[in-house]
Design a protein around this ligand. Structure first.
Ligand SMILES: [Fe+2]
Length: 181
């Protein structure tokens, strides 16, 4: 019997995964448009279907990865790599083509989005490094740690292991001013 990775079923799983992801994003856009047109019920239906499509995508992803899911560290590294590709060659090359073909405004837009991809890459790498080391929840000097659930602020070199107000664990704390804006 052929390896699962070489089967048509595996290729179909990959297609199904990508289609569900794409549909989830398109339904989010469609929901926004429906809301702008005052079609609130339709907008809500699109949002629900978008969530369903995300669930379907997660099901297919798990099947593709033999029952596992990439952890947050892997997701951060993968996302950083994707943004790096957009910044360093995809959007840069798209801008060049657009300019050659006389679409100056689009070329400018590709270049601006390449700059954002660069910023995203830096942020994602910093998050991955902070998570890999101790910096995500520990500092050399005092910092203000905000509970993202209730707003409690703690000052000290480390985030509390548990929020004294709402009991959320350490992972809910963020050093003030260092969240992704
Ligand atoms: Fe809290």
């Amino acid at each position: 019997m052929m390896r699962f990775q070489d089967s048509q079923t595996h290729a179909n799983l990959q297609t199904a995964y990508e289609n569900e992801l794409s549909a989830a994003a398109r339904y989010r856009l469609a929901a926004t448009q429906a809301r702008q047109e005052g079609q609130i019920s339709v907008s809500g239906s699109f949002l629900i279907m978008s969530r369903h499509a995300m669930t379907h995508a997660a099901l297919w992803q798990k099947r593709l990865l033999n029952g596992t899911c990439p952890n947050t560290m892997q997701n951060l590294r993968d996302a950083a790599q994707g943004e790096f590709g957009q910044w360093t060659w995809k959007y840069t090359s798209f801008a060049k083509t657009a300019r050659q073909e006389g679409y100056g405004e689009l070329a400018d837009l590709f270049e601006r989005l390449a700059e954002i991809a660069c910023y995203h890459n830096v942020c994602l790498c910093r998050l991955a490094d902070d998570l890999a080391g101790e910096r995500m929840y520990h500092r050399e000097e005092d910092a203000v740690w905000l509970c993202l659930a209730c707003g409690y602020a703690h000052t000290g070199p480390a985030a509390p292991s548990q929020c004294p107000v709402c009991a959320k664990p350490k992972g809910w704390f963020e050093a003030m001013g260092e969240g992704f804006e």
